[in-house]
Ligand binder design. Structure first.
Ligand code: SF4
Length: 225
């Protein structure tokens, strides 16, 4: 960001801070800055406005109301829904805030009413937001042909047809109806299923039911590995 833009933004922030409740009400923020010998440009040397806010906090300004207010503003008009963290078997509760205009998730945070995590999240769960809004997220199927060293984009129709065809072929070829003792087992040991870190409970149940119906016995989930 250019210096002039940063200075403008910082000036605006200072004006806002002027109006905020302070621990020492006898002085304005400008007076305190002057008293401490800081110029506005000095503040720009801090790594951004957040760092400047911390510095102002150190000067005796109570910034808690500002932080709380900024957080509330961000999600005030958003739709709130609850979900479960998809990453591991703990199943921590998460609140998602969705922008009513764009329909996009704008915030995720621990659900304080959830009996498992009571609002707390580990680093992975706390970073869930970036899984939803990530420009690097793969949204199209990729295929690596036999002996090829590169992945190529394919259509969903082609990919789903290939999966169905290969599952059918493998299942027909390796289906085991009776075990060594002559007991009926109706199982397939030549296919395994693993997945996924991004599935919710309901999706896991559906996949599990489908795999069992095919006769699979090797079924795993990322959370247990
Ligand atoms: S990954 Fe972390 S936040 Fe998610 S369910 Fe597991 S412990 Fe909870």
């Amino acid at each position: 960001m250019e210096d002039s833009n940063l200075l403008k933004k910082f000036s605006l922030r200072l004006e806002q801070l002027e109006k905020m409740p302070r621990i020492d009400d006898s002085k304005t923020i400008t007076e305190v800055i002057k008293e401490k010998g800081f110029s506005r440009r000095d503040f720009m040397k801090f790594s951004g406005l957040a760092a400047a806010s911390v510095a102002l906090g150190n000067l005796g300004f109570d910034l808690k109301p500002a932080y709380a207010h900024a957080q509330i503003l961000k999600i005030r008009m958003a739709k709130e829904t609850t979900t479960i963290c998809p990453y591991c078997a703990c199943g921590c509760g998460i609140i998602c805030h969705t922008d009513l205009v764009t329909g996009k998730v704008i915030n995720t945070e621990g659900d304080p009413d959830h009996p498992i995590n009571e609002g707390a999240l580990c680093a992975k769960g706390a970073a869930l937001f970036q899984m939803i809004n990530n420009p690097n997220r793969i949204t199209k199927p990729l295929y690596r042909r036999p002996y090829s060293y590169k992945w190529e984009e394919v259509t969903w129709e082609w990919a789903l047809e290939q999966i169905a065809k290969r599952v059918k072929e493998t299942r027909d070829k390796y289906f085991i109806r009776l075990n060594n003792k002559g007991q009926e087992v109706n199982r397939v040991e030549a296919i395994a299923h693993v997945g996924s870190a991004a599935l919710d409970n309901e999706e896991c149940w559906l996949i599990q039911a489908m795999m069992r119906a095919l006769g699979l016995v090797y079924i795993e989930h990322q959370a247990r590995i």
